[in-house]
Design a protein around this ligand. Structure first.
Ligand SMILES: NC(=O)c1ccc[n+]([C@@H]2O[C@H](COP(=O)([O-])OP(=O)(O)OC[C@H]3O[C@@H](n4cnc5c(N)ncnc54)[C@H](O)[C@@H]3O)[C@@H](O)[C@H]2O)c1
Length: 255
């Protein structure tokens, strides 16, 4: 298991469900992983889990929307590992108050974009020069299937922030290809985390969503982590500028 042997990776939001599973998968495959989160306790737990599994990891504090903190975290990762080859912009928020554009609260829209979009922008701005210095690498961005699908239960600020990320992914890929850097995004459907389960107020609401999934189940953090690992690894060496939807077939399912 060495798909990222010798690589130096940074994962944002790596104290959370998908980020933690990804940090564990990257480390399992040989990468040294900088575990970045705004919550220090969960970042430290992820580092402990990586180390307990025999991997190398370092916890770093940063609010992805704060440029000085982002710059400091990137500098700390580079000085600890001697460089950077992989950036996974995973950190994101999906507040329950986010509904239709008709009820838009501009502060909430700013907050959501401030993390989901600006966080990816800032980490890319500060980390990519190190990937260039390393002679190439991979950036993986975390979009969502909601960037590409409408729903009767809108989360418009979230969806719009993720749609912008899908666009940014494409532009970054074109600019960074000549540097040997691939840029892709994954766009998961519902992954059954505690936070996502709270969007389903009762068993019927949960079943309504489940009935849309041809593969008959919600995703797991490991489903997302394995795709992020693939996109980060040389197995995807001719894949760039793509937003890969990972949703058990929901987006193929008309009725
Ligand atoms: N869970 C799903 O169903 C699902 C589906 C599609 C996309 N996603 C995306 O996957 C990513 C991870 O989601 P998750 O389900 O693991 O959520 P999560 O809440 O478990 O993890 C998110 C992590 O990001 C951190 N974070 C939040 N704001 C931050 C900030 N400003 N600076 C630094 N860290 C910050 C949190 O502390 C947390 O550890 C998010 O971008 C989310 O939008 C999730």
């Amino acid at each position: 298991m060495s798909r990222l042997a010798g690589k130096r990776a940074l994962v944002t939001g790596a104290g959370g469900a998908l980020g933690r599973a990804s940090a564990l998968a990257f480390a399992r495959e040989g990468a040294a992983v900088a575990v970045v989160d705004v919550v220090d306790e969960t970042a430290a737990e992820t580092v402990e889990l990586v180390r307990a599994a025999g991997g190398t990891a370092l916890a770093l504090h940063a609010d992805v929307g704060e440029e000085a903190q982002v710059e400091a975290a990137v500098t700390a990762a580079v000085s600890a590992f001697g460089g950077l080859d992989v950036l996974f912009n995973n950190a994101g928020i999906m507040p329950h108050q986010d509904r239709s554009f008709l009820d838009a609260d501009l502060e909430l829209w700013r907050t959501i974009s401030g993390t989901n979009l600006f966080g990816t922008l800032l980490f890319s701005k500060h980390a990519v020069p190190h990937l260039i210095a390393a002679g190439g690498g991979a950036v993986v961005n975390m979009s969502s299937f909601l960037a590409h699908l409408g729903t009767r239960f809108p989360q418009d600020a979230y969806a719009a922030s993720k749609g912008a990320l899908s666009s940014l992914t494409i532009s970054m890929a074109v600019q960074l290809g000549p540097h040997g850097i691939r840029v892709n995004a994954l766009a998961p459907g519902p992954i059954a985390t505690a936070h996502v389960e709270q969007f389903f107020p009762d068993p019927q609401a949960r079943q309504l969503r489940l009935d849309r999934v041809p593969l008959g189940r919600f995703g797991t953090p490991e489903d997302a982590a394995e795709l992020a690992l693939f996109l980060a690894s040389d197995a995807a060496s001719w894949l760039t500028g793509q937003v890969v939807v990972l949703d058990g077939g929901i987006s193929c399912n008309y009725l």
